[in-house]
Write a protein that binds this ligand. Sequence first.
Ligand code: GLU
Length: 542
Amino acid sequence: MSKTQPASARVRSVGVSDSGAPVLSDKQRSYKALFDSFTQDSEGRISPFEVLTRLRRAGICADDRRIQDAWSALDTPGQESGRLDLDRFIAICQRNSGIISRAIRGELVVPDFPRFVQDIESIYQELLNERSGAVANYIPQLGRVDPERLAIAVCTTDGQRFSVGDHSVNFCLQSVCKPINYLLALEEHGAPTVHRHVGCEPSGVRFNELSLSDKGIPRNPMINSGAIMCSSLIRPADNMADRFDYVADAWRRLASGGRIGFNNAVYLSERDSADRNFALGYFMREKKAFPSGADLLHTLEFYFQCCSIEIDADSLAATAAALATGGVAPLTETRLFSTDNVKKCLSLMSSCGMYDYSGEFAFHIGLPAKSGVAGALLIVVPQILGIAVWSPRLDEVGNSVRGIKFARMLTEKYNFHAYDGLVSGDESGKRDPRRRKNETTADGVVRLCWAASQGDLDDVRGTIATGIDPSTSDYDGRTALHLAASEGQLEVVRYLLQQGANPHARDRWGGTPATDADREGHTAVARLLTRAPADDKPAAVS
Ligand code: GLU
C-alpha cells in the first residue's frame, strides 16, 4: 500500500512483499474491492448510510436479523464516528453469513430487486381497481372483514423483502394452515404413516365435500377432510394447549419471528357453524380412517384453532420463502422441514392447493400455491421466492379474486411457470429475475476486472478473447484498466492498452486509471498511462 494512501483505508495485511508492500489475502482483496466501490472521504473512509442504502436497494431490510449486529454498528449515532474504515468494514461484513457482501455485489437471487419491486408495485396499483367477488360469510365472523383490503408481500430465498398495501394487517390462515399441518404430520410420522390416512390425489370435488377415496380416507391433505386428518396426527398424545402451542410455534419460526396471532371470535364462529366439518369427521370415524386413539372432537377443535391462527402478509411471505428454499427459513437460516417433505407438500399444493381451480391454476400459473377463504394466497416460486397476497373478496370456488389475478399478471411478466424453462426467454418475452441485466456482459466484466486486479495476464487474455470490450466498465464505471492500475499490474496495463482499453475512462468518482495508479504509488504504471497514446496504444484508443 502506498505512502499516499490514508491510514484508514489500509487493512491489516497477511504479510509484506519483497518490495515492502503489504500482501493481502484473497478474502481481504475481495473485501477491499467491495470497499472501493463506495465513495471514500479524504481519510479513505466510507459512509455507513451509503452501505445501508445499497443494502436496502438490494432488498435487505433494516429488521433483518442476519445483519442486526452489523446494522447497529452501521447505525452508530454521530455519523462522523460511525464512518467506516476498511478494517471496520471487513469486520462488519464478516459478522453475518456473507449477506452484506453478496447484497452489495448484486449476488442475491434476484439481482435487480428494484426492477422486480417496480413490477409488483404496478400490479398492486392495477389490482386496486378489481372489485369483483364477495367476502366469505359461511363463517359469520369472516364476513365482517373490510373487502377493500389488499396486501402483497414477497420474500426471496435470500431474504430480500418487499411489501405493499395492508401488509402488516393480520388475517386468518383458514385453509392456508393445511400445507403446514401436512408438513408437521410428515415430520412427526414420515410419509408412509401419514399416507395410510390421507391420499395424494386431487379430489375433483369441493373442498368440504362429504366424500372419501375408495380406501375410505380423505383424497389429499389440502381439502377439509385431509386437513382434519393431518390435524389428528399432530402431537396426538399431548394436551390441547400443547398441541396448539406447537403449531403456533411452527408458524412463528416460519415467519422468522414475525407476529402470529389467534382470532378467538373466528374460532368460536367457525366451531358454531361447522356442521359440515363435523359430518366429515363422523364419516371418517365411521370408516375407521383416523389413527387409533384419535379423539374426534379434540381433532376438530384443534383444526378450527389452526384455521383461526392470524398472520400478516409479511410473515406469510417469509413462510412461503421457507418452502421455496426447501425448508430453511431464509431470514433465520434455520432448517424447519426436510427438503423431501417440502417437495411432497409443494407437489400436493401444485395439484390440489387452489380448490376447484387447482387444475387451471397448474395449467395457467404453474406454481405451487394454497389459498384460504379469508382471502389469503400463498405462492411458492421454488428456489427463488415466496409470495403472500391477501384480498378478502373471493370468486365462486373460494379463491381470492385479486390473488388469482395477481398470479396471472406476475406469470405473464416473469418466467415462473414450472415449464417456462422449456421456452427460451426471448421467445416467451418473459423476464427471468435471476438473470442480471446484460448477464453475459456483466459476467465478462467481472471476470476481466478480477483477472486484471490479480495480474492474471492469461485470464485477461482469455476474457478479451471471448470478445469482451476491454473498456467495458462495471456499475461504478470501473474498468479493467482501473483495477490493474490500482493494483500496480504493469504487464496487464500494458496489454490492455495494446488491446485498445481507454486510458481516459472515468469511474463514477471521476477517477481515471492514471489517478488510481498515482494514488497507490505505482509510478511506472502511472507513467505508462500518461505517456503519449502512440507509445503504447494503437490508434483505436480514444
Ligand atoms: N376453516 C374453514 C373450513 O373448514 C377452512 C376453509 C378454507 O379456507 O378453505 O371450512
